[in-house]
Structure formats: C-alpha cells, structure tokens
Write a new protein. Structure first.
Length: 230
C-alpha cells in the first residue's frame, strides 16, 4: 500500500465551526497570545488560561467532524495513512482516522504541573481543585509558545514524512516552527497537495511536485481524492 502523510492545521476544522488562529476574526485577533498561551501567562493568570482552554474544550461537544475529516479517514481504505496535526481538537479521531499525532497537544487531555508524564483524559472544566495523582495542580495539555514540542512526536512525524508517497497539507498558514518543517522532510518523488483557500499565498519552499488547491478543506479534499483516483 502507498503511504500518505496528511498534515493539518486549524483550517481543516474551520468548516466545523472552530475558529482558526490568524484569519480575520481568528482566535489571535480576539485574545493576546501572551495572555493565554505562554508559560508566563500561566504564572501570571492561570485562571484566565484555564478559562480559555475550558471554553475551547466545551466547544468540542457542539461541533462535528466535517467532510474533509471524513475523507481523510476514508483514505485509509486505499492507503496507509498517518495524520500529523497541529490541531488540539479531536475531530480527526471522531471522523475515524486511526494514526494521529497531535504536535501541539490535545484539549481533551490535561497534565500534572509536577510530572509532565502524568497525563489524563479530560472532559469538562479544569479547575485548581483538580489534582494529579501526586497531589499537584494540573494544566492544559497544550504546547504553549516558548515550550518545546514532544521530541518523540516530532521525530516520528519527520520519519513518517520521509516515508510518504503523497503528502496532503490542509488549512495551515505554515508559520509555526518547527511543525511547519514536517512537510519539507518528504522524499524527492513525493507529490505534495496544498489545500487552503489561500494556497497561492502560502510560503512553501520545495523542489517536489507541489499541487496548490485554492479551496476550502471540504472541496479541496474532494479534488485530492479525484486526483488520487479514489
Ligand atoms: P492559522 O490560523 O495560522 O492558519 C489557518 C489556515 O487555514 C490559513 O492558511 C487559512 O487560509 C486556512 N483556512 C481558513 N479557512 C479554511 C477552510 N475552510 N479550509 C481550509 N483552510 C482554511 O492556523 P495554523 O496554521 O493551524 O498553536 O496555526 C498553527 C499553530 O499556531 C496552531 O497549532 C496554534 C497556533 O498558535 C498553538 O496553539 C500551540
């Protein structure tokens, strides 16, 4: 079976009703990154940080995977598929994708502030009353600005990129390092599909065959499926 790496960002979930970060009216227009998504913010005002992620977690129960998530899952009928996502939502899981790496963490997990390997599945709000098994406060399981990504995930994502025959990049501005490097690790003969309404403006340096599809994720994924003869 041929291998596909699907690399996604906030845009793949936009049609489900989840805001992207950098578009007009995106999350980073309505919140300051420094206030809610940095270790300094957590030190200064952890209630606000918790509230920000509690709202995002709560929103997940009112949104559904869209056709793009479903088509990505459907690829598994014909290909060995790995999804590497920058998203912290669970819409790829709910659409049925099996192999998913969350580079930037997951809303539906929290972890101990004492031992970062104490990670818990989480529904509902996180409060300071909630303690880990060692009795410490817990924080959202999110990679904040200024924090390192999980090395194992990064290593695995790069490896999967080098093995892919096709790479589908969907709904990301490709501005956040080091995640944005993942699709550049593909081998020379790997065709890259770039699906994003802004596809023609997104910086993407590659010598590979690059197919820019300037469409929303749902329509763009249908085109990719056609191009792959599915
Ligand atoms: P951005 O908000 O930077 O980019 C979203 C991309 O989605 C843009 O290129 C849009 O053109 C595109 N887009 C908008 N609507 C779309 C649709 N219906 N279909 C397809 N694409 C659409 O989001 P990311 O690139 O994911 O990190 O941002 C990367 C990281 O920055 C995030 O993971 C987050 C953020 O700060 C953390 O929180 C750690």
């Amino acid at each position: 079976m041929k291998k596909i790496l699907v690399f996604t960002g906030a845009g793949v979930s936009a049609e489900s009703g989840i805001k992207t970060f950098r578009d007009y009216d995106g999350l980073w227009e309505n919140y300051r990154i420094e206030d809610v998504a940095t270790p300094e913010a957590w030190k200064k005002n952890p209630e606000l940080v918790n509230q920000f992620y509690n709202e995002r977690r709560k929103q997940l129960s009112s949104v559904q995977p869209n056709k793009a998530h479903h088509l990505i899952a459907e690829l598994e009928k014909n290909f060995e598929v790995n999804v590497v996502t920058q998203n912290v939502d669970d819409l790829h899981e709910r659409a049925g994708s099996k192999n998913i790496i969350h580079l930037h963490g997951e809303l539906k997990k929290v972890r101990s502030t004492l031992a970062s390997n104490l990670i818990y599945d989480w529904e509902g709000d996180l409060t300071f009353e909630d303690k880990c098994a060692k009795g410490s406060k817990m924080r959202p399981h999110i990679v904040w600005f200024g924090e390192y990504l999980n090395e194992n995930y990064l290593f695995e994502a790069r490896k999967l990129a080098t093995q892919a025959d096709y790479c589908i990049v969907i709904g990301t501005s490709m501005l956040v390092y080091p995640a944005n490097e993942i699709p550049t690790f593909v081998k020379e003969d790997c065709t890259i599909f770039l699906v994003d309404p802004n596809a023609n403006e997104i910086p993407f340096k590659t010598r590979n065959k690059l197919v820019r599809i300037a469409e929303k994720a749902t329509d763009g994924m249908e085109k990719v499926m056609n191009m792959l003869n599915i």
